[in-house]
Design a protein around this ligand. Structure first.
Ligand SMILES: C[S@@+](CC[C@H](N)C(=O)[O-])C[C@H]1O[C@@H](n2cnc3c(N)ncnc32)[C@H](O)[C@@H]1O
Length: 271
């Protein structure tokens, strides 16, 4: 789940190593769950928010089948067409469901995640949304499992959106699962969103780190956004939000369907 280290260039040889790097606790979690045979409740990581709120995530989630997914993820996989890139593919559960003759590549900064995806026969490579490597261009980009959050913050989002636009063919689709923070009603979450707004951040900018066994990741940001906030962030980018569909019974998760402009924005004429 966390970036391996946002400031460090991606080491593309990492995926050749047999074990998880010291900072790749998330990769170790996936490796352990895969080696044991994924079972609900068997491998857990702690997610710690910077206000001290903690929650637990079950690694089983990363190995679920389509009938266990939220509706938006099933729809995203059904909509995917042509050459497809899964950005932040994790262990590759969505890639496994993208059947047919099409080429599907996954990128993820976690060497452990990439190793598990490869062990499942997938074409997964080390890379990030802003440092994807030389992959060519795609008809469909996927950011599932809440990966719209990789936009990170109001300031970081344009960098990510530009990088994704370079990976996208004209008219390509970006299908992303977002999480609307304004659907939360628990006082601890509302207080956190208010605190962000007081600091000039978007309410849903969540600073967190994850822990597994003795691993503790660096702090990193994930951006929870309403469709309206997303629309605002997209202004001036190559992307247009076509549709946002909330998945039932998910406390605010939605599928954002975006398309890349057919032609690059033309620079104003100068004399
Ligand atoms: C919540 S998990 C979702 C994994 C997968 N999409 C799924 O739903 O099973 C987030 C994934 O994004 C990856 N990730 C973190 N930072 C990233 C970045 N900057 N670019 C691409 N992927 C990133 C993590 O390693 C992790 O596998």
């Amino acid at each position: 789940m966390p970036p391996i280290s946002p400031a460090r260039p991606v080491d593309r040889d990492d995926d050749q190593r047999g074990e998880s790097a010291p900072e790749d606790g998330y990769g170790a979690l996936l490796r352990d769950a895969y080696a044991a045979g994924p079972r609900r409740g068997a491998h857990l990581q702690i997610i710690e928010r910077d206000d001290g709120f903690v929650s637990i995530e079950d690694a089983y989630r990363y190995f679920t089948r389509p009938d266990e997914w939220i509706a938006g993820e099933r729809r995203a996989v059904a909509l995917a067409s042509g050459r497809a890139l899964d950005v932040g593919c994790g262990a590759g559960r969505h890639m496994l469901a993208l059947t047919g003759d099409r080429e599907v590549i996954g990128i993820d900064p976690s060497p452990g995640a990439v190793a598990v995806a490869r062990a499942q026969g997938l074409d997964a490579r080390i890379g990030t949304a802003t440092d994807p490597g030389d992959l060519g261009t795609f008809d469909t980009l996927l950011m599932l499992g809440g990966n719209l959050g990789l936009l990170g913050s109001r300031e970081h989002a344009p960098v990510v959106l530009d990088s994704l636009a370079r990976l996208a063919r004209p008219g390509a689709r970006l299908l992303a699962i977002g999480h609307d923070p304004h659907e939360a009603s628990a006082p601890e979450h509302c207080a956190y969103h208010d605190r962000n707004a007081d600091r000039g951040r978007l309410p849903g900018q969540v600073r967190m780190r994850v822990r597994y066994k003795t691993w503790t990741s660096d702090w990193f940001d994930r951006l929870l956004l309403s469709p309206d906030e997303l629309r605002t962030l997209l202004a001036g980018s190559a992307w247009t939000l076509r549709e946002a569909t909330y998945s039932p019974n998910t406390a605010g998760f939605y599928l954002a369907e975006m398309t890349r402009a057919e032609t690059p924005a033309t620079a104003p004429a100068t004399c």
